[in-house]
Design a protein around this ligand. Structure first.
Ligand code: AHR
Length: 606
């Protein structure tokens, strides 16, 4: 295959093209990227019970609704100590299928109520081995009249596995025959950019390597709720965590909402991403849609949310943002109205009017905001789409399905820009479910991405989904990357490496390429950066090695990144066999690349 990259012509590429989409699914937020490691710390959700809590020593524990920690956190943990008990007793929390115990410093917060003056002992302990990895005492003076807040930090040595618990113990002899209450226990390893209530540094740093341009949040289905009152409510995710009630998420488990609106914004700032805030459009997952004048209060709620993000500190909600620690407005330029409003019949039937109602209200106050519609389906959209509106499409397909869509954008109307808000290869070509991304599927995604990049004039943004899974708590796999509670478990899927290769090698102009061959099994796209680096992205969706000659006049040296490893080969937790290799290349305007079967490559030369 002989390719010649033109040095002139072409289209500007979209600087936003490669971003990420996040919602709390697979415990990707609580138990995933959010730094807090203890589970059920606010007894949130529909039926939390004593999930993750265990008695330590001769005590009994119970969820105590008669001792709420706050208006939002309506229960605490009661530890009852029988008469004549001695020694150190208390409770443990097993986190999200274990507590990650690393060689690092942990910050620990808790509230307690009850008469107790003395030592509180905090430990990280191997659950079945009893090995103590951290052991730390603080002295408290707690009263029975109100909850008192404590914070401390301690270091730990590393455990080899996930089977660890955090323990809080106290001297039983002074409590015997009585009880103590504890609330909102929180344990953080170092956080990304040292943010308070921040993201796990190790997880966020791994994601930052992808250099995503934007973050679409907070869903996905997790925006929508089963009923309007179950929707993601922005105003319940802000302020002190002790004032956040949490909610039963849409993926079958409670969300603490400790990862809330402000934390998403800090995430964007710290990772250099544009925030793309999805707002509730009236659709719920039971195929109901609030529309017409019934939607008015929710439109007001969106305006309040936007005032919180963008308003000056003279406004009601701008002042609230400042009170919560952020004086400057958030750098919000993109909002999306709903999620997949085409998927449900009542959603589609009412979306045109709901979208218009929300668009008109938002655009009138914030004319500079880019507003995204949650579907490209014209049967659900208003007959006239306002200038500047972007439309969102989602694809979960087989590998062949993505190859069939390589040309999707070539002949698409140029009337509105496109956002591919979710996509992933999720089934095999025979229709069976793919649990772990493999090279065939990831290669097909690369082919589709090459099609997007070739059409950068209309495809402005794209985000693979879902982003992250806790391997032991997943509802939806494959995901871009995953982890469990054991050390060194952060695992990039084969698709993670494709996203990283494509996102970190971006030109500013997509260049024409002439070739002696048609597309398939090898696909390509070329671009050049402002500083004169040429990028040629290649995908071989075939079972034979293909020899590719690439001509770029004047280019002499650079590198070749190559991802390959076998058609159905995947990366697994603690067993990552497929990562890109990088080699130096040189040539006098001509470079040869042997593309192994099922491979993705990026040539970067100047
Ligand atoms: O990414 C998983 C789910 O797929 C999203 O929540 C939803 O938008 C889509 O159907």
């Amino acid at each position: 295959i002989d390719l010649t990259v033109s040095k002139t012509g072409g289209n500007s590429s979209s600087p936003l093209l490669y971003g990420i989409m996040f919602e709390d699914i697979n415990n990707s937020g609580d138990g995933g990227i959010h730094g807090q490691l203890l589970r059920n710390n606010g007894f949130q959700g529909d039926d939390p019970g004593l999930t993750a809590y265990y008695a330590v020593g001769d005590v009994s524990i119970s969820q105590d609704t008669s001792n709420p920690l706050s208006t939002a956190i309506t229960s605490s943990l009661k530890v009852t100590v029988p008469s004549d008990t001695t020694g150190y007793v208390g409770f443990s929390n097993y986190g999200y299928d274990g507590v990650p115990v690393l060689d690092t410093t942990y910050t620990n917060y808790f509230w307690m109520k009850g008469d107790y003056s003395g030592i509180i002992n905090l430990r990280l302990v191997g659950n079945s081995t009893g090995t103590v990895y951290a052991d730390h005492n603080i002295t408290v003076d707690s009263s029975a009249s109100e909850f008192t807040y404590y914070d401390t930090s301690f270091t730990s040595t590393k455990s080899s596995d996930a089977d660890n618990a955090w323990q809080l113990r106290f001297d039983a002899s002074t409590v015997a025959g009585s009880s103590l209450n504890f609330g909102l226990v929180q344990l953080f390893p170092p956080t990304y950019n040292l943010r308070e209530n921040g993201l796990r540094d190790d997880v966020a740093s791994f994601l930052a390597e992808v250099k995503p341009s934007f973050l679409r949040f907070p869903g996905g289905n997790n925006l929508e709720g089963e009923t309007p009152s179950d929707r993601w409510k922005w105003n319940e995710t802000i302020g002190a965590v002790v004032d956040r009630p949490g909610r039963e998420g849409d993926w079958g488990y409670p969300n603490t909402d400790a990862l809330g609106l402000d934390e998403y914004m800090y995430w964007c700032i710290d990772m250099g991403m544009e925030p793309l805030l999805a707002v509730w459009s009236g659709l719920t997952l039971d195929n109901s849609a609030v529309s017409g004048s019934d939607l008015d209060p929710y439109v007001d709620d969106i305006l309040n949310e936007l005032e919180y993000c963008l308003g000056s500190t003279d406004t009601t909600y701008g002042a609230l943002r400042a009170k919560n620690g952020r004086t400057d407005p958030w750098p919000l330029k993109y909002i999306e109205v709903g999620n997949e409003d085409n998927v449900y019949s009542n959603g589609c039937a009412t979306y045109a009017s709901r979208f218009t109602q929300i668009y008109d209200a938002v655009h009138a106050e914030y004319p500079d905001l880019t507003i995204i519609a949650s579907t490209t389906d014209t049967s659900c959209l208003p007959s006239t789409i306002p200038d500047g509106v972007i439309t969102d499409i989602h694809h979960y397909l087989s590998p062949d399905g993505f190859i069939d869509l390589f040309n999707e954008w070539d002949n698409w109307s140029r009337d509105w820009p496109i956002f591919v808000g979710e996509y992933a290869s999720t089934t095999a070509n025979d229709g069976s479910t793919t649990y772990w991304s493999n090279m065939q599927g990831s290669c097909s995604e690369a082919v589709y991405m090459i099609g997007m990049e070739r059409n950068s004039d209309i495809v402005k943004m794209a985000s693979f989904a879902p982003l992250l899974e806790h391997f032991d708590m997943a509802e939806w796999s494959p995901d871009l990357f995953g982890l469990d509670s054991s050390p060194d478990s952060i695992t990039g899927s084969t698709s993670y490496y494709v996203q990283k290769m494509f996102s970190t090698n971006r030109g500013s102009t997509i260049l024409p390429v002439t070739s002696d061959s048609a597309f398939g099994p090898v696909y390509w796209v070329a671009s050049v950066s402002d500083s004169g680096t040429y990028y040629v992205k290649l995908a071989n969706y075939g079972s034979s090695t293909e020899n590719v000659t690439i001509n770029i006049e004047g280019a002499t040296a650079g590198s070749l990144e190559l991802l390959s490893g076998g058609e159905l080969v995947s990366n697994y937790p603690h067993d990552v066999s497929i990562t890109p290799s990088t080699t130096s290349v040189s040539g006098s305007g001509t470079f040869t690349v042997d593309m192994p079967a099922w491979a993705v490559a990026v040539l970067a030369v100047s």
